[in-house]
Design a protein around this ligand. Sequence first.
Ligand SMILES: NC(=O)c1ccc[n+]([C@@H]2O[C@H](COP(=O)([O-])OP(=O)(O)OC[C@H]3O[C@@H](n4cnc5c(N)ncnc54)[C@H](OP(=O)(O)O)[C@@H]3O)[C@@H](O)[C@H]2O)c1
Length: 281
Amino acid sequence: MEPLGGKTILITGSTDGLGRLVAQRFAKRGATVLVHGRSKSKGDAAIADISKATGSHKLEYYNADLSSLDEVREMARAVLSKHDRLDLLINNAGLGGGPRGNSKRELSRDGHELRFAVNYLSHFLLTYMLLPAIKAAAPARIINVSSIGQHAIDFRDVMLEKGYDSFRAYRQSKLAQIMFTIDLADKLKGTGVVVNCLHPATLMNTNMVYEFFGSTISSVEEGADALEYVATSEDTAEVTGAYFDQKREAKANGQAYDSGAREMLRRLSLSLTGLEGRDLD
Ligand SMILES: NC(=O)c1ccc[n+]([C@@H]2O[C@H](COP(=O)([O-])OP(=O)(O)OC[C@H]3O[C@@H](n4cnc5c(N)ncnc54)[C@H](OP(=O)(O)O)[C@@H]3O)[C@@H](O)[C@H]2O)c1
């Protein structure tokens, strides 16, 4: 792998699991790594551990609960106040199905269905707000950590008010990330910014998997290998708008390729995040 000296990388949800491991790998490769989480004490511990393991002092911590769009806005402003260039944004933070059997519908602080809000909408807003810095760093990359678990969005009930199921909510949010990837890649053509997404690995040994499935199939190292490849390999430098199943380009749920559905999702997302009229200006 190429060294990443001089590059600035933000990874959401890097206090644990996949994001935490990739943050450490990127720090080892010389990048300035912006670690994000929702608990300051866990974030400080992650920074201390990564610094000890890699010898890097180019680490910063940003705290934001992604279930609040105001906290996302504050975080984006904090990042932009320190960095006018961002080479790589990895939208990784995620909430899984939760404890199995618990089908209680949960809402974000803004009143949106919680998984849609945390896994997708917060990252939509964060990405739009950070775009000036990402474009300034071109060639730059945006990676959305999605999943092979995908469920088509019912645009008559995006907030899942009827027949709620937390795992469907998770899979809907993961497909929304893929639709966002394709849409944004298209809009950013010619800017030097590529946008891709991936399924890192199946049932890695992380908290969200233990909580919902109770057992694992693959390791977080396998997921980190795939994420590192899609996010930083020369092979993928010119690829944009793609969904990878680990290191291989693959087909996502059919709704991802429906331009009308993507347009509906984009309009809804611009409206829910208060970005109407701004789009990509
Ligand atoms: N594990 C798998 O097998 C698998 C498979 C396919 C896709 N993925 C995707 O991979 C990504 C990483 O998942 P993981 O397996 O590494 O899970 P994880 O170990 O549970 O880590 C999730 C990360 O997201 C953070 N997070 C969760 N809710 C948040 C919120 N409201 N605000 C801010 N941060 C929040 C967590 O913070 P805390 O440390 O505070 O909890 C943690 O840092 C997710 O997008 C997931 O959907 C995972």
